[in-house]
Design a protein around this ligand. Structure first.
Ligand SMILES: NC(=O)c1ccc[n+]([C@@H]2O[C@H](COP(=O)([O-])OP(=O)(O)OC[C@H]3O[C@@H](n4cnc5c(N)ncnc54)[C@H](OP(=O)(O)O)[C@@H]3O)[C@@H](O)[C@H]2O)c1
Length: 329
């Protein structure tokens, strides 16, 4: 089978398509013939040598999500038949034509969802739902702020918050992305080229502020989030492309009784990854099937052009997800 391998830490050019042995599924695992796999920021960091894969995961093959069909069953498996269409999250190794996954981490793709659309779902939608609802305790009717609203996770978060009947405010440095996000349910769009948005959020909420922030940029955005929050607000840190540090007014955190929390999907233990797969099946698949939320795809590259896909994501010009196609049917 072919896989994209990181030859050495470096730029997109270190990604190489190689022929590797076909993996056999051990006890409790299934092998998946992938059709599309998602490209994520974490893959770019891994390629640079800045985000090593957790133990037990291929160190040199990036990729955190896939759609495909089950093509081999390990001993003791019981959930799937050969040929079933499935999708899900892995901690690495998805830039490959075959992937071995614990069967409980795998979810069935609903018939209404194309392969392409399904591949754009797991990382963006599970991250957004888990951060907003599980970590952030988002309740129907609350006010939500989503940074980088045109990102993969951002486009999912806008729709999830909207599906819960929330008021959704989003920021981006790019006006055209905000326009497109409006079509997904964004109520208030704030162009924040300079990373300043708290005053605009307060103005849009009659001075009340927001209940939950999905923070996808990090850095100095977090200080703005704290200013933009209502009393008892929850800031959920998910991405740090804008930096790992910031200066915070801790007095505001105390006075508003805020919760500042963070989350990461990749390094979770198996039982939490299984829980994430059930969340995908139980909470998101029904919404996807009913058309209440939908996948947003920016562009699809062939697996052999993974380097071009990485360069495209790094340019910050994407709206929604970038995918790689393995060409398998
Ligand atoms: N914790 C987790 O488990 C988890 C899971 C998935 C993703 N993430 C993180 O969540 C973030 C979003 O992921 P994604 O895949 O949805 O990203 P994406 O689709 O690649 O979009 C990221 C967008 O963020 C904006 N951006 C990038 N750098 C910025 C900066 N320095 N200041 C302000 N805006 C900036 C850009 O849009 P504009 O400038 O046009 O607004 C860019 O297009 C990433 O940091 C990613 O690593 C974390």
């Amino acid at each position: 089978m072919r896989a994209v391998v990181i030859r050495e830490p470096g730029g997109p050019e270190v990604l190489e398509l190689r022929e590797l042995p076909s993996p056999s599924p051990p006890h409790g695992h299934v092998r998946i013939r992938t059709r599309y796999v998602g490209v994520n920021r974490a893959d770019l960091l891994q390629r640079l040598g800045a985000y090593p894969a957790p133990a037990g995961v291929p160190r040199d093959i990036p990729g955190l999500e896939y759609v495909g069909v089950v093509d081999a069953l390990g001993e003791g498996t019981r959930r799937f038949q050969i040929g079933e269409r499935v999708f899900g999250l892995v901690a690495g190794g998805a830039y490959a034509e075959q992937l071995v996954v614990h069967e409980d981490e795998v979810a069935r793709v609903p018939a209404s969802l194309s392969d392409e659309d399904a591949a754009a779902v797991p990382e963006a939608f599970v991250t957004a739902y888990d951060a907003l609802v599980v970590r952030g305790g988002l309740q129907p009717g609350e006010r939500v702020l989503v940074s980088a609203a045109g990102s993969g996770v951002g486009t999912a978060a806008v729709q999830i918050a909207r599906a819960l009947g929330c008021m959704v405010i989003g920021t981006s440095r790019t006006a055209s992305k905000l326009e497109r996000a409006r079509a997904l349910g964004l109520d208030v769009a704030i162009e924040a080229q300079d990373g300043v948005f708290a005053k605009a959020v307060l103005a849009a909420t009659g001075g009340a502020g927001v209940d939950v922030v999905l923070e996808l940029v990090g850095g100095r955005y977090v200080a703005e989030d704290v200013e933009a929050c209502a009393s008892l607000g929850r800031v959920v840190l998910v991405g740090l492309t804008g930096g790992r540090g910031c200066e915070l007014d801790l007095g505001t955190v105390l006075r508003k009784r805020l919760t500042l929390t963070g989350t990461v999907l990749r390094s979770r233990p198996l039982h939490e990854k299984i829980a994430a797969a059930r969340l995908l099946e139980r909470n998101l698949v029904p919404w996807l099937s009913a058309g209440r939320v939908r996948a947003c795809i920016d562009r699809v590259f062939p697996l052999a052009e993974a380097a071009a896909a990485h360069a495209h994501v790094a340019a910050d010009a994407t709206f929604g997800k970038v995918l790689l196609s393995t060409g398998a049917t």
